[in-house]
Ligand binder design. Structure first.
Ligand code: SAH
Ligand code: SF4
Length: 351
Protein backbone atom coordinates (compact mmCIF):
# COMPACT_ATOMS: atom_id res chain seq x y z
CA UNK A 1 0.00 0.00 0.00
CA UNK A 2 1.27 3.43 -0.95
CA UNK A 3 2.16 5.49 2.09
CA UNK A 4 1.40 9.13 2.71
CA UNK A 5 4.09 11.75 2.48
CA UNK A 6 2.04 14.27 4.46
CA UNK A 7 2.41 14.63 8.19
CA UNK A 8 -1.26 15.29 8.86
CA UNK A 9 -2.70 12.94 11.45
CA UNK A 10 -6.08 11.57 10.36
CA UNK A 11 -7.08 11.64 14.01
CA UNK A 12 -6.76 15.42 14.13
CA UNK A 13 -9.79 15.78 11.83
CA UNK A 14 -13.14 16.78 13.28
CA UNK A 15 -16.33 14.83 12.64
CA UNK A 16 -17.29 17.37 9.95
CA UNK A 17 -13.85 17.11 8.34
CA UNK A 18 -14.18 13.33 8.17
CA UNK A 19 -17.60 13.64 6.60
CA UNK A 20 -16.29 16.06 4.00
CA UNK A 21 -13.27 13.92 3.30
CA UNK A 22 -15.40 10.81 2.83
CA UNK A 23 -17.70 12.63 0.41
CA UNK A 24 -14.81 14.15 -1.52
CA UNK A 25 -13.45 10.65 -2.07
CA UNK A 26 -16.79 9.58 -3.51
CA UNK A 27 -17.78 7.35 -0.60
CA UNK A 28 -21.29 7.11 0.86
CA UNK A 29 -21.97 8.98 4.11
CA UNK A 30 -22.09 5.88 6.31
CA UNK A 31 -18.39 5.29 5.60
CA UNK A 32 -17.61 8.45 7.58
CA UNK A 33 -19.30 6.90 10.59
CA UNK A 34 -17.33 3.69 10.17
CA UNK A 35 -14.12 5.65 9.85
CA UNK A 36 -14.97 7.61 12.98
CA UNK A 37 -15.56 4.40 14.91
CA UNK A 38 -12.19 2.99 13.92
CA UNK A 39 -10.42 6.19 14.85
CA UNK A 40 -12.16 7.26 18.02
CA UNK A 41 -13.77 4.15 19.50
CA UNK A 42 -11.62 1.27 18.39
CA UNK A 43 -8.50 3.47 18.49
CA UNK A 44 -6.71 1.66 15.69
CA UNK A 45 -3.37 3.01 14.54
CA UNK A 46 -3.35 1.96 10.89
CA UNK A 47 -5.70 2.01 7.92
CA UNK A 48 -5.08 -1.69 7.32
CA UNK A 49 -7.01 -2.54 10.47
CA UNK A 50 -10.19 -0.86 9.17
CA UNK A 51 -11.46 -4.12 7.76
CA UNK A 52 -15.00 -3.00 6.95
CA UNK A 53 -13.80 -0.17 4.68
CA UNK A 54 -13.20 -0.89 0.96
CA UNK A 55 -9.54 -1.39 0.15
CA UNK A 56 -9.54 1.45 -2.35
CA UNK A 57 -10.89 3.87 0.25
CA UNK A 58 -8.22 2.78 2.72
CA UNK A 59 -5.57 3.34 0.09
CA UNK A 60 -6.89 6.79 -0.69
CA UNK A 61 -6.79 7.67 2.98
CA UNK A 62 -3.27 6.30 3.40
CA UNK A 63 -2.09 8.47 0.51
CA UNK A 64 -3.37 11.58 2.23
CA UNK A 65 -3.04 10.99 5.94
CA UNK A 66 -1.00 9.18 8.51
CA UNK A 67 -1.13 8.23 12.18
CA UNK A 68 1.21 10.32 14.25
CA UNK A 69 1.69 7.73 16.95
CA UNK A 70 4.41 8.51 19.47
CA UNK A 71 7.82 7.00 18.94
CA UNK A 72 9.42 5.02 21.74
CA UNK A 73 12.83 6.56 22.46
CA UNK A 74 13.70 4.35 25.41
CA UNK A 75 12.14 1.67 27.53
CA UNK A 76 13.32 0.55 30.93
CA UNK A 77 12.04 -2.64 32.48
CA UNK A 78 12.15 -2.96 36.23
CA UNK A 79 12.57 -6.20 38.15
CA UNK A 80 8.97 -6.19 39.24
CA UNK A 81 7.79 -6.06 35.65
CA UNK A 82 6.98 -2.35 35.37
CA UNK A 83 8.05 -0.65 32.20
CA UNK A 84 8.91 3.00 31.84
CA UNK A 85 8.82 4.54 28.40
CA UNK A 86 10.17 7.76 27.03
CA UNK A 87 7.80 8.59 24.18
CA UNK A 88 8.31 11.28 21.58
CA UNK A 89 5.54 13.04 19.66
CA UNK A 90 5.88 14.16 16.07
CA UNK A 91 6.98 17.69 17.06
CA UNK A 92 9.96 16.31 18.97
CA UNK A 93 8.47 16.80 22.44
CA UNK A 94 8.91 13.79 24.71
CA UNK A 95 7.19 12.59 27.88
CA UNK A 96 7.24 9.60 30.18
CA UNK A 97 4.66 6.87 30.59
CA UNK A 98 4.69 3.83 32.87
CA UNK A 99 3.00 0.46 32.58
CA UNK A 100 2.52 -1.50 35.79
CA UNK A 101 1.36 -5.09 35.58
CA UNK A 102 -0.05 -6.73 38.68
CA UNK A 103 -1.45 -10.26 38.46
CA UNK A 104 -4.05 -10.02 35.73
CA UNK A 105 -4.28 -6.24 35.87
CA UNK A 106 -2.39 -3.61 33.93
CA UNK A 107 -2.26 -0.04 35.20
CA UNK A 108 -0.85 2.80 33.16
CA UNK A 109 0.44 6.11 34.43
CA UNK A 110 0.24 8.84 31.79
CA UNK A 111 1.52 12.39 31.40
CA UNK A 112 -0.88 15.22 30.65
CA UNK A 113 1.71 17.88 29.84
CA UNK A 114 5.32 17.96 28.77
CA UNK A 115 6.82 19.58 31.86
CA UNK A 116 4.70 21.52 34.34
CA UNK A 117 4.24 25.17 35.24
CA UNK A 118 3.40 24.61 38.90
CA UNK A 119 6.98 24.52 40.16
CA UNK A 120 6.60 22.22 43.17
CA UNK A 121 9.86 22.21 45.10
CA UNK A 122 10.06 18.42 45.43
CA UNK A 123 9.19 17.53 41.85
CA UNK A 124 11.74 17.20 39.07
CA UNK A 125 9.07 17.80 36.41
CA UNK A 126 8.17 21.09 38.06
CA UNK A 127 11.76 22.24 38.07
CA UNK A 128 12.07 22.44 34.34
CA UNK A 129 8.86 24.39 33.65
CA UNK A 130 6.15 23.76 31.08
CA UNK A 131 6.97 22.88 27.49
CA UNK A 132 3.39 22.34 26.29
CA UNK A 133 0.12 20.67 27.14
CA UNK A 134 -0.75 17.36 25.51
CA UNK A 135 -3.85 16.69 23.46
CA UNK A 136 -6.38 14.08 24.52
CA UNK A 137 -5.19 11.94 21.64
CA UNK A 138 -1.61 12.13 22.91
CA UNK A 139 -2.80 10.98 26.33
CA UNK A 140 -4.76 8.06 24.88
CA UNK A 141 -1.83 7.16 22.63
CA UNK A 142 0.31 6.61 25.72
CA UNK A 143 -2.23 4.06 26.97
CA UNK A 144 -2.40 2.36 23.57
CA UNK A 145 1.38 2.19 23.44
CA UNK A 146 1.57 0.38 26.77
CA UNK A 147 -1.35 -1.93 25.89
CA UNK A 148 0.40 -2.91 22.66
CA UNK A 149 3.76 -3.40 24.34
CA UNK A 150 2.32 -5.70 27.01
CA UNK A 151 -0.21 -7.11 24.56
CA UNK A 152 -2.75 -6.89 27.34
CA UNK A 153 -5.90 -5.04 28.21
CA UNK A 154 -5.35 -1.93 30.31
CA UNK A 155 -7.50 -2.06 33.45
CA UNK A 156 -6.76 1.32 35.00
CA UNK A 157 -5.13 4.62 34.15
CA UNK A 158 -3.73 7.21 36.54
CA UNK A 159 -3.12 10.74 35.29
CA UNK A 160 -0.10 11.11 37.54
CA UNK A 161 2.78 11.40 35.15
CA UNK A 162 4.27 14.68 34.12
CA UNK A 163 2.09 17.77 34.16
CA UNK A 164 -0.97 19.11 35.93
CA UNK A 165 -4.11 17.59 34.41
CA UNK A 166 -6.49 20.27 35.68
CA UNK A 167 -4.35 22.96 34.03
CA UNK A 168 -5.19 21.12 30.80
CA UNK A 169 -8.78 20.47 31.77
CA UNK A 170 -10.64 20.07 28.48
CA UNK A 171 -8.15 17.69 26.88
CA UNK A 172 -7.91 15.70 30.11
CA UNK A 173 -11.68 15.22 30.22
CA UNK A 174 -11.74 14.32 26.54
CA UNK A 175 -9.07 11.69 27.20
CA UNK A 176 -10.97 10.34 30.22
CA UNK A 177 -14.06 9.94 28.07
CA UNK A 178 -12.16 8.26 25.25
CA UNK A 179 -10.66 5.78 27.71
CA UNK A 180 -14.04 5.22 29.33
CA UNK A 181 -15.93 4.74 26.04
CA UNK A 182 -17.54 1.27 26.15
CA UNK A 183 -17.01 0.91 22.40
CA UNK A 184 -13.36 1.77 22.86
CA UNK A 185 -11.02 0.75 25.65
CA UNK A 186 -13.95 0.60 28.06
CA UNK A 187 -12.01 1.34 31.23
CA UNK A 188 -14.44 1.95 34.10
CA UNK A 189 -14.65 5.56 35.30
CA UNK A 190 -13.65 4.56 38.83
CA UNK A 191 -10.48 3.08 37.41
CA UNK A 192 -9.53 6.39 35.83
CA UNK A 193 -7.79 8.63 38.37
CA UNK A 194 -6.81 12.26 37.96
CA UNK A 195 -4.26 13.71 40.36
CA UNK A 196 -4.11 17.46 40.94
CA UNK A 197 -1.99 19.84 42.97
CA UNK A 198 -5.25 21.54 43.98
CA UNK A 199 -6.50 23.88 41.26
CA UNK A 200 -9.85 24.79 42.75
CA UNK A 201 -11.81 25.90 39.67
CA UNK A 202 -10.72 22.63 38.07
CA UNK A 203 -11.87 20.58 41.07
CA UNK A 204 -15.27 22.31 40.88
CA UNK A 205 -15.61 21.54 37.18
CA UNK A 206 -14.45 17.97 37.81
CA UNK A 207 -17.23 17.56 40.39
CA UNK A 208 -19.77 18.55 37.73
CA UNK A 209 -18.86 15.68 35.42
CA UNK A 210 -21.47 12.96 35.11
CA UNK A 211 -18.96 10.13 35.20
CA UNK A 212 -17.55 8.73 38.44
CA UNK A 213 -13.90 9.45 37.69
CA UNK A 214 -11.57 9.27 40.69
CA UNK A 215 -9.83 12.32 42.12
CA UNK A 216 -6.50 12.44 43.97
CA UNK A 217 -5.23 15.61 45.64
CA UNK A 218 -1.54 16.24 46.17
CA UNK A 219 -1.67 17.73 49.63
CA UNK A 220 1.85 17.32 51.06
CA UNK A 221 1.21 19.74 53.92
CA UNK A 222 -1.84 20.99 55.80
CA UNK A 223 0.05 24.04 57.07
CA UNK A 224 -0.32 26.96 54.71
CA UNK A 225 3.21 28.29 55.04
CA UNK A 226 4.82 24.93 54.40
CA UNK A 227 2.51 24.22 51.49
CA UNK A 228 3.29 27.63 49.95
CA UNK A 229 6.95 26.76 50.02
CA UNK A 230 6.52 23.27 48.69
CA UNK A 231 3.86 24.12 46.11
CA UNK A 232 4.20 27.79 45.14
CA UNK A 233 2.06 27.37 42.04
CA UNK A 234 -1.10 26.85 44.09
CA UNK A 235 -0.50 29.48 46.77
CA UNK A 236 -3.67 31.34 45.86
CA UNK A 237 -5.76 28.21 46.29
CA UNK A 238 -5.44 28.21 50.05
CA UNK A 239 -5.94 25.15 52.23
CA UNK A 240 -9.14 26.69 53.54
CA UNK A 241 -10.54 27.02 50.03
CA UNK A 242 -9.24 23.56 49.13
CA UNK A 243 -10.97 22.07 52.16
CA UNK A 244 -14.25 23.73 51.18
CA UNK A 245 -13.92 22.64 47.58
CA UNK A 246 -13.30 19.06 48.65
CA UNK A 247 -16.25 19.08 50.98
CA UNK A 248 -18.56 20.19 48.22
CA UNK A 249 -16.92 17.67 45.89
CA UNK A 250 -17.84 14.83 48.26
CA UNK A 251 -21.31 16.21 48.89
CA UNK A 252 -21.95 16.51 45.19
CA UNK A 253 -20.43 13.24 44.05
CA UNK A 254 -20.57 11.04 47.14
CA UNK A 255 -17.02 10.11 46.25
CA UNK A 256 -13.97 9.93 48.45
CA UNK A 257 -10.90 11.77 47.16
CA UNK A 258 -7.47 10.54 48.13
CA UNK A 259 -4.79 12.82 49.51
CA UNK A 260 -1.23 12.25 48.42
CA UNK A 261 1.32 13.08 51.10
CA UNK A 262 5.02 12.66 50.27
CA UNK A 263 6.91 12.74 53.54
CA UNK A 264 9.90 15.03 53.59
CA UNK A 265 12.41 14.85 56.41
CA UNK A 266 12.03 17.75 58.86
CA UNK A 267 9.57 19.56 56.59
CA UNK A 268 6.11 17.95 56.72
CA UNK A 269 6.76 15.12 59.17
CA UNK A 270 6.95 17.14 62.39
CA UNK A 271 4.40 16.92 65.17
CA UNK A 272 2.57 20.17 64.23
CA UNK A 273 2.46 19.02 60.61
CA UNK A 274 0.97 15.67 61.61
CA UNK A 275 -1.64 17.38 63.76
CA UNK A 276 -2.56 19.78 60.99
CA UNK A 277 -3.00 16.89 58.57
CA UNK A 278 -5.23 15.01 61.01
CA UNK A 279 -7.32 18.19 61.42
CA UNK A 280 -7.57 18.67 57.68
CA UNK A 281 -8.74 15.10 57.15
CA UNK A 282 -11.26 14.97 59.92
CA UNK A 283 -14.71 15.86 58.81
CA UNK A 284 -14.01 15.06 55.17
CA UNK A 285 -14.42 11.75 53.48
CA UNK A 286 -10.94 10.90 52.30
CA UNK A 287 -8.24 8.31 51.96
CA UNK A 288 -4.63 9.29 52.69
CA UNK A 289 -1.74 7.84 50.72
CA UNK A 290 1.59 8.29 52.46
CA UNK A 291 4.81 7.88 50.57
CA UNK A 292 8.41 8.58 51.38
CA UNK A 293 9.62 11.43 49.18
CA UNK A 294 11.50 10.22 46.18
CA UNK A 295 14.97 11.50 46.42
CA UNK A 296 15.83 13.94 43.66
CA UNK A 297 19.53 14.42 43.25
CA UNK A 298 20.76 17.94 44.03
CA UNK A 299 17.65 18.64 46.08
CA UNK A 300 17.99 19.61 49.74
CA UNK A 301 14.68 17.82 50.39
CA UNK A 302 15.16 14.30 51.69
CA UNK A 303 12.72 11.47 52.43
CA UNK A 304 11.48 10.99 55.99
CA UNK A 305 12.58 7.80 57.70
CA UNK A 306 10.03 5.00 57.27
CA UNK A 307 9.39 4.95 61.04
CA UNK A 308 7.96 8.48 60.80
CA UNK A 309 5.70 7.41 57.97
CA UNK A 310 4.44 4.55 60.11
CA UNK A 311 3.85 6.87 63.06
CA UNK A 312 1.77 9.19 60.90
CA UNK A 313 -0.22 6.28 59.53
CA UNK A 314 -1.00 5.05 63.04
CA UNK A 315 -2.01 8.51 64.19
CA UNK A 316 -4.29 9.07 61.22
CA UNK A 317 -5.89 5.64 61.62
CA UNK A 318 -6.47 6.33 65.32
CA UNK A 319 -8.49 9.34 64.23
CA UNK A 320 -10.52 7.24 61.84
CA UNK A 321 -8.72 8.36 58.69
CA UNK A 322 -8.14 5.53 56.24
CA UNK A 323 -4.44 5.58 55.40
CA UNK A 324 -2.20 3.52 53.15
CA UNK A 325 1.58 3.58 52.95
CA UNK A 326 2.59 3.37 49.33
CA UNK A 327 6.02 2.25 48.36
CA UNK A 328 8.08 3.43 45.46
CA UNK A 329 8.09 0.11 43.70
CA UNK A 330 6.61 -0.15 40.30
CA UNK A 331 4.05 -2.64 41.50
CA UNK A 332 2.29 0.05 43.42
CA UNK A 333 0.33 2.10 40.98
CA UNK A 334 -0.12 5.19 43.09
CA UNK A 335 3.52 5.33 43.99
CA UNK A 336 4.69 4.77 40.52
CA UNK A 337 4.10 8.13 39.02
CA UNK A 338 4.78 11.76 39.47
CA UNK A 339 8.47 11.82 39.22
CA UNK A 340 8.74 8.96 36.82
CA UNK A 341 12.40 9.39 36.11
CA UNK A 342 13.21 9.20 39.78
CA UNK A 343 10.85 6.43 40.67
CA UNK A 344 11.56 4.14 37.81
CA UNK A 345 15.22 4.44 37.19
CA UNK A 346 15.98 0.75 37.15
CA UNK A 347 19.59 1.01 38.36
CA UNK A 348 18.52 2.41 41.73
CA UNK A 349 18.02 -0.61 43.92
CA UNK A 350 17.00 -2.65 40.93
CA UNK A 351 13.30 -1.95 41.09
N1 SAH B 1 0.44 17.45 38.76
C1 SAH B 1 -0.35 16.46 39.38
C2 SAH B 1 -0.11 15.07 38.84
C3 SAH B 1 1.30 14.68 38.54
S1 SAH B 1 2.37 14.54 39.91
C4 SAH B 1 -0.17 16.50 40.88
O1 SAH B 1 0.71 17.22 41.35
O2 SAH B 1 -0.94 15.85 41.58
C5 SAH B 1 1.87 12.96 40.60
C6 SAH B 1 2.18 12.80 42.07
O3 SAH B 1 3.60 12.64 42.32
C7 SAH B 1 1.74 13.97 42.91
O4 SAH B 1 1.09 13.53 44.07
C8 SAH B 1 3.04 14.65 43.23
O5 SAH B 1 2.92 15.48 44.33
C9 SAH B 1 3.95 13.46 43.42
N2 SAH B 1 5.38 13.72 43.39
C10 SAH B 1 6.06 14.57 42.61
N3 SAH B 1 7.39 14.53 42.91
C11 SAH B 1 7.53 13.64 43.91
C12 SAH B 1 8.65 13.16 44.66
N4 SAH B 1 9.88 13.60 44.45
N5 SAH B 1 8.40 12.25 45.63
C13 SAH B 1 7.17 11.79 45.86
N6 SAH B 1 6.08 12.19 45.19
C14 SAH B 1 6.25 13.12 44.23
FE1 SF4 C 1 3.49 19.78 38.48
FE2 SF4 C 1 2.43 17.82 39.94
FE3 SF4 C 1 5.11 18.12 39.72
FE4 SF4 C 1 3.70 19.89 41.11
S1 SF4 C 1 3.94 17.71 41.58
S2 SF4 C 1 5.30 20.37 39.62
S3 SF4 C 1 1.84 20.00 39.96
S4 SF4 C 1 3.71 17.60 38.09
Amino acid sequence: MQRSTTTRDIRSLSVDDLQELTESLGQPAFRAKQLREWLFNKNVCSFDEMTNLPKVFREQLAERYRFNVPEELTKQVSKDGSRKYLLQFSDGVSIETVGMPNKNRLAVCISTQAGCAMGCAFCATGMSGLTRSLTAREMVDQVLHVAADFNERVTSVVFMGQGEPLANFDETVKALRMLNDPDGLGIGARHLTVSTCGIIPGIKRFAELDEQFTLAISLHSAIQQTRNQLMPGVKKFTLLRLHEALQSYTEKTGRRPSYEYAMIDGVNDTNPEMEALIDFCQGTLCHVNLIQLNDISDSPLKPSPIEKVEVLQRRLMMHGVETTIRNSRGTDIDAACGQLKQRFSVPRGGR
